[in-house]
Design a protein around this ligand. Structure first.
Ligand code: ARG
Ligand code: ZN
Length: 867
């Protein structure tokens, strides 16, 4: 069954208040719900429900007879003959310990947790489970005191008490109306790490992070990130926290990264717990980002929410934009932008070019869970950034103020956001809706000519958006192109467009609105080199910049993003030509420009080591393969390995000097500069090991004082032979097998190894006693890391990689369909593989589709992949 955006109808009944009484028991939890309802439009009262056992139902205090309670195939409940307003009370039984989907109320390690977004609340009680029904909740939780010493829900504490039978109860009152997807309950044996916080207007807030005993010493970074996020939102957007308490609970069985439930965020432990011995710099940065993201949802998502799930990017795109800006303000803005663009290209561009391509605001879905995608999140954030770039920071802030003032406590649409931005800025943004409604990554080309007599330089920009499933024809979208001009010595020229009186220094913004447009610059002394798309001012593919220009820009541009990007594009072009040589079995040469680039980067590394680490990295195998009509993972791999070894050998002296010069001294820190230094040092290590110095990695593994350096060494040693590999892997397991998050890394590293026996090793790891398909982090650490992080072996000639993925998806689907549907993604990329591989991939997709009782989500992904 497909849900369509065009079919939106307002809810038939609104629910003003909800009283929920839980009696917690892992095998049989009782949920009593009292809903104060009020008619909104004509129609029956149909309440969503999945897997609920209805024990009692009454209307305004009178028991309802069976014949007025109609149970639907899908688990829903229709109540017949209801008045236009009243109170409906139901009592249902659910079994949290049987809930392996991790949607609704479930148990993890003996504690109770919920996940309701998008449609999990219907697994807890009968309710119009849609985001445009906003209600005030009072929640009372009762349980045995030993089983659940701690019991949490949304809002503020509203009393406690105890029963005679060893039970106690806790009440929570949330004064803010909210949709059901923001409901949360957490209960069990938990301990708290606490900090007080005072908002800028003087309100006292109690901040608490709830974890399992023993994890208290790993919450410092999360708490610190939370406090910085709260301050930042006050300073940058004027947004203050609005409850007396802010609770975060960490759980090790969780489908996603985290969830922004009002006043009670629930987090995957991966995005809370960190200490230097167990977490990498990447983990620290992930925690900062996700903590900020969920906190920022309090206004963009919770106070102002989505009318329907097609509007998901209204809250997600905007909130990702906000967390990106926050992180940019914490350290190096340029490096943050580079990382975000890297991520966009690794995940969203392929999605936009594949069978699941969909607009930022999709038109239809079978399972909404499948649309929590890089397109809705990352491209959605890029579209918000386009508006920010187009109207400027000051107008954007006025637009946010207007949006929140106008939409507070409402469930709204993307149009509401864009029109607030339009009114606040006075800029017509109607054509930006094309970015929300069209799938596919626009391709941008630039052509220029210089006219010596008139001293004019003319730049012609063209755009084209490729067709995507269901959208053959596309319209041009407005593309802001931040740009500048450099003279032959690499000096930035002031620029004057025809019609302007004065030349302007530095970066300026061009706006390409149609399919093609020319811009004439006056008074240009000599043919300049254009630097286009500075800061990646639009999520497009800029094509066809000549290699000489790329080399020049990589060294000289004033914009760090374009410097990085030009080096990347230069190397990509080179690698694509070498892939062709490899396919023809010609010897692979070496381009001296690469050695030059590495040496230049290393010489300048001291000023910004994090940037240097980014600049040193060769384009990833996936990125290079994505530029090919027909991908050739093995050839791409061979070329990249060849270049890594050559660079390592030719630049060994400089790499080694940088490596030694960056040796960790003093206390471990996680500030941007320290993280950058470690990233650069480990980038050098990787080249030196590629050139044959395995001993250096072994030494670093042995002496590392933190997980970043230890793991960097181990991931290189995982490609080695004999004891150089086996000893550290065994040591790592012996040391960390009791720590789930660290053990995940042990699985991932082996899943991503380049060694020829990796497909067999992955099968063996799947049967390892520490492997647990039911734990999403563990499933991803092996299956996801292999299928998405190891293109060489996933695309093994004999199809073993595809077979393994399909086997895993078929085994996982009845346990957790949501995770199964996510993992199947890579099989959808068959159109870009050579015919033999494509056939093998399709065969596995068909095998998945032929599995009886397939979940809706996996069915949608597999069938769309084959279509
Ligand atoms: N709203 C959450 C976040 O962005 C993600 C929840 C996703 N849930 C899901 N069932 N797909 O932080
Ligand atoms: Zn979010």
């Amino acid at each position: 069954h497909t849900t369509r955006r065009a079919d939106y109808h307002p809810p038939v009944f609104l629910i003003d208040t909800v009283e929920l009484d839980f009696r917690l028991d892992p095998a049989a939890t009782l949920v009593r719900a009292r809903l104060a309802f009020r008619r909104n439009t004509p129609g029956p009262m149909r309440l969503d429900g999945v897997g609920l056992t209805l024990l009692e139902a009454s209307l305004d205090g009178t028991a309802l007879p069976q014949e007025r309670l109609v149970h639907g195939e899908d688990g829903s409940l229709t109540v017949e003959g209801v008045p236009d307003s009243g109170t409906l009370e139901t009592l249902v039984r659910i079994a949290p310990q049987e809930n392996t989907e991790l949607s609704g109320l479930y148990t993890s390690g003996g504690n109770f947790y919920t996940q309701c977004e998008a449609e999990g609340f219907r697994r807890i009680t009968y309710f119009p489970d849609r985001p445009d029904v906003m209600s005030r909740y009072t929640v009372t939780i009762t349980a045995q005191r030993e089983l659940c010493p701690v019991m949490l829900s949304n809002g503020n504490p509203g009393g406690t008490g105890h029963g005679k039978d060893g039970t106690h109860w806790v009440r929570w009152v949330d004064p803010h109306p909210k949709p059901s997807y923001l409901f949360a309950l957490v209960a069990g044996e938990l301990v708290t790490v606490h900090e007080p916080f005072v908002t800028k207007s003087g309100k006292q807030v109690s901040l608490n992070i709830w974890v399992r005993r023993g994890d208290e010493d790993r919450c410092g970074h999360a708490m610190d990130s939370l406090i910085r996020s709260m301050r930042w939102d006050e300073e940058v957007f004027g947004l203050e926290y609005d409850l007396d308490v802010f609770n975060i609970a960490a759980v090790s069985d969780f489908n996603m990264g985290a969830m922004e439930n009002k006043g009670l965020n629930v987090f995957n432990t991966k995005y809370v717990l960190a200490k230097p011995e167990t977490a990498t710099d990447g983990d620290y940065q992930g925690i900062e980002t996700v903590i900020a993201h969920e906190y920022f949802h309090n206004w963009t998502g919770n106070r102002v929410t989505c009318r329907d799930w097609f509007q998901l990017s209204l809250k997600e795109g905007l909130t990702v934009f906000r967390d990106q800006e926050f992180s940019a303000d914490q350290g190096s803005r340029a490096v943050k932008r580079i990382r975000d663009v890297r991520g966009l290209r690794a995940a969203q561009f392929p999605e936009d070019a594949g069978p699941m391509a969909h607009p930022v605001r999709p038109e239809s879905y079978i399972e909404i869970d499948n649309f929590y995608t890089p397109t809705v999140y990352q491209k959605g954030a890029e579209v918000v950034r386009l508006i920010h770039t187009r109207i400027g920071a000051a107008a954007f802030r006025r637009g946010m103020d207007l949006y929140i003032a106008r939409c507070d406590n409402q469930a709204v649409t993307i149009e509401d956001f864009v029109s607030a931005m339009q009114e606040a800025s006075g800029v017509d943004l109607s054509r930006f809706m094309g970015w929300y409604d069209q799938a596919g990554t626009p391709e941008l080309t630039a052509e220029d000519r210089y006219e010596p007599e008139s001293r004019r330089w003319v730049l012609t920009l063209r755009q084209q958006i490729p067709p995507t499933p269901g959208q053959a024809q596309k319209h041009p979208v407005p593309i802001p192109v931040a740009m500048g001009l450099l003279d032959g010595a690499g000096t930035e020229l002031p620029t004057r467009l025809a019609g302007e009186n004065e030349a302007r220094p530095g970066t300026r913004l061009l706006l390409l609105e149609g399919a093609e447009q020319s811009f004439t610059f006056e008074d240009v002394p000599a043919p300049p080199t254009p630097s286009l798309l500075r800061g990646f001012s639009a999520p497009v593919k800029l094509k066809g910049v000549a290699p000489e220009r790329l080399r020049f820009l990589a060294v000289h541009d004033t914009d760090p993003f374009v410097r990085w990007e030009s080096g990347l594009q230069y190397a990509t072009g080179l690698m694509l030509r070498m892939v062709e040589q490899q396919q023809r079995s010609e010897p692979l040469g070496f381009d001296a420009a690469l050695e030059e680039a590495v040496r230049t980067t290393l010489r300048a590394a001291e000023t910004d080591p994090a940037f240097a680490a980014e600049a040193l990295a060769l384009p990833g195998e996936g990125f290079v393969a994505d530029q090919m009509e027909i991908a050739d993972p093995a050839a791409v791999h061979a070329v990249r390995e060849h270049l890594r070894a050559e660079i390592g050998r030719r630049c060994a002296d400089a790499l080694r000097a940088t490596y030694d010069g960056l040796a960790e001294s003093g206390e471990y820190r996680v500030d941007g500069r320290s993280i950058g230094r470690r990233a650069l040092r480990n980038a050098c290590l990787a080249y030196l090991v590629a050139a044959g110095d395995t001993g250096l990695a072994s030494a670093q593994y042995g002496s590392a004082g933190n997980m970043t350096d230890r793991l960097a060494a181990l991931s290189l040693l995982a490609d080695a032979e004999g004891p150089a590999r086996e000893a550290p892997l065994a040591d790592f397991h012996a040391r960390w097998h009791g720590d789930d998050l660290v053990l995940d890394k042990w699985f991932s590293i082996q899943a991503m190894s380049k060694r020829a026996d990796t497909p067999a090793a992955v099968r063996a790891l799947y049967r390892h006693p520490d492997f647990d398909l039911r734990n999403p982090n563990r499933a991803r650490s092996l299956i996801g890391a292999f299928a998405s992080g190891n293109p060489l072996h996933f695309h093994a000639e004999d199809g073993e990689g595809y077979r393994f993925l399909a086997d895993a998806v078929i085994a996982l689907d009845p346990i957790n369909g949501s995770i199964a549907a996510r993992l199947i993604g890579p099989l959808g990329q068959w159109r870009r593989q050579a015919p033999a591989r494509a056939a093998l991939m399709q065969r596995e997709l068909r095998r998945v589709l032929d599995t009886p009782k397939l979940s809706r989500g996996t069915f949608e992904k597999a069938s769309k992949a084959l279509a």
